[in-house]
Design a protein around this ligand. Structure first.
Ligand code: FAD
Length: 437
């Protein structure tokens, strides 16, 4: 073995680095503070509902290259499911309007020419907003790029809020533009909505752990790194409570913890370190129905619906569970959760009932609300500038995580890319070719 790579954090960035490195010439260890890996993308048994749920709904796209590379390496590419066509059903609660955005598969956006397939009420001139996003400079916010009208209100603003987890008047246009370039601009083939058939852990975590176990990588849960000891500008040791893990000259640390943890472990002793320090929350409401709804139309195909003109943004239908996502949820931080739940349940009924063979119960079913307070960094222009690169002033310390300078907002794609990039840097340090892309 040519060295030992110590990966701190068993979220998807850390697991992605581990999966890339395991089975190579490095010994690989992952230290995860929590009882299980997965970080902000995990499933767990909810005792209140008596079933497994994801901490939050995660929507991915067929054109997320790093996600599919990672799933391929761990043999889990078939665990993501979704409609065969790039369809996105929507309801506008304020205007009582329903439509299905039906993108063309290829790069030529023929869908904009069909009133049946595009956003109702949109003017073709509004499409200039998409071009403006793709050409945005780092100092522009999303609102600077959008033209007022139905396309902005019914698609681009909700899209911005979910992708950036930040409101359009402060959200970075360049970060949203990067996602548009990798999705819409590459055609509907790259925009097929995808989500785990079973759960986030069953897709992204459990197969990775099985793969790492076969390749003899060491994954330690319940192992919080409490301090990073520096000497002569390099990491000399990691401390896990009373345990001290000394680094040899060939060893590397990949720090794949959330931004606030990285700041507390590194900022004092690492010259030039910076990280985002403002965060946005995401609220998920999971409702357990007496039986799975039977759906019709676009909703039956997609198994989710976008909601405009309410608090809810997306409703996902997973068998007996209806899960609602509310992004950029700091704006609701002071609202009473019971009051929010009642409003959200009424919105769910309005969104689902017209497409269900039997209406949902009027009375709110058992529910679980999960508020992830620091779901992502606030994807503002200012916070984006604080994101550090993967390399640090310490030659044996690399950074990974959705908050590092991936060029994308805080997403699974960004997290996995960052882990992959850190693994490639380890290979480069040894003068070894990485695994092919
Ligand atoms: C509710 C919600 C909804 C989301 N929806 C989407 C979506 O639809 N699509 C999408 O692409 N992305 C979505 N995201 C974002 C996505 O989940 C994250 O970008 C991604 O999971 C981040 O992975 P990470 O490895 O960078 O960080 P994390 O998942 O935070 O992993 C860091 C890990 O480090 C561990 N750790 C912390 N401190 C220590 C320590 N001292 N020692 C050892 N370990 C430590 C943590 O326990 C954690 O497991 C969503 C996030 C949330 C919260």
């Amino acid at each position: 073995m040519s060295g030992h790579v110590h990966i701190v954090g068993g979220g998807l960035a850390g697991l992605s680095a581990a999966v890339e490195l395991a089975g190579g010439s490095e010994r690989v260890s992952v230290y995860e503070a929590g009882p299980a890996c997965g970080g902000r993308a995990r499933s767990y048994l909810d005792r209140q509902l008596g079933c497994r749920i994801d901490n939050g709904n995660h929507l991915l796209l067929s054109g997320n290259p790093a996600v599919y590379r990672y799933l391929g390496l761990i043999g889990a590419q078939d665990t993501l499911v979704g409609p065969k066509r790039p369809v996105f059903p929507f309801v506008d609660l304020a205007d009582r309007l329903r439509w299905t955005l039906d993108l063309s598969r290829g790069r030529v956006p023929l869908w904009v020419l069909s009133k049946r397939r595009r956003v109702p009420g949109m003017r073709l001139a509004e499409l200039r907003g998409l071009l403006a996003l793709m050409e945005a400079t780092p100092d522009m916010v999303v609102s600077d790029c959008l033209q007022p009208g139905s396309l902005a209100r019914r698609l681009l603003e909700p899209f911005a809020i979910s992708v950036l987890n930040t409101m359009p008047d402060t959200g970075s246009a360049a970060l949203l533009g990067a996602v548009v370039k990798e999705s819409l601009a590459r055609g509907g083939r790259n925009c097929l909505p995808r989500f785990p058939a079973e759960g986030l852990s069953e897709s992204f975590v459990d197969p990775a752990l099985a793969h790492l176990s076969v390749l003899k990588a060491d994954v330690r849960t319940g192992s919080r790194v409490s301090a990073v000891e520096m000497a002569d500008g390099s990491v000399a040791a990691l401390h896990l409570g009373d345990e001290r893990i000394a680094l040899g000259p060939e060893d590397t640390v990949i720090m794949a913890v959330p931004a606030p943890v990285a700041t507390s472990l590194l900022a004092a002793d690492l010259p030039g370190f910076s990280a985002p320090d403002q965060f946005e929350s995401i609220l998920n409401a999971h409702f357990l129905l007496p039986q799975a709804p039977v759906l019709t139309g676009g909703l039956a195909q997609a198994r989710f619906i976008g909601v405009v003109g309410g608090i809810s943004e997306w409703v996902f239908v997973k068998d007996r569970i209806l899960s609602v996502t509310v992004s950029a949820a700091n704006r609701y931080a002071t609202r009473d959760l019971d009051e929010l739940a009642a409003i959200i349940w009424n919105e769910v009924r309005a969104a689902i009932d017209p497409a269900a063979t039997v209406p949902l119960p009027v009375a709110m079913p058992p529910l679980r609300i999960v508020r992830e307070k620091r779901a992502t960094f606030a994807a503002t222009v200012q916070q984006d500038r604080l994101r550090p690169g993967m390399r640090t002033m310490a030659p044996n310390l690399l950074l990974a995580g959705d908050w590092t300078a991936t060029g994308l907002p805080a997403t699974i794609e960004g997290a996995i890319r960052s882990g992959h990039a850190a693994a490639q840097a380890v290979h480069a340090r040894r003068g070894m070719p990485g695994r092919p892309k």
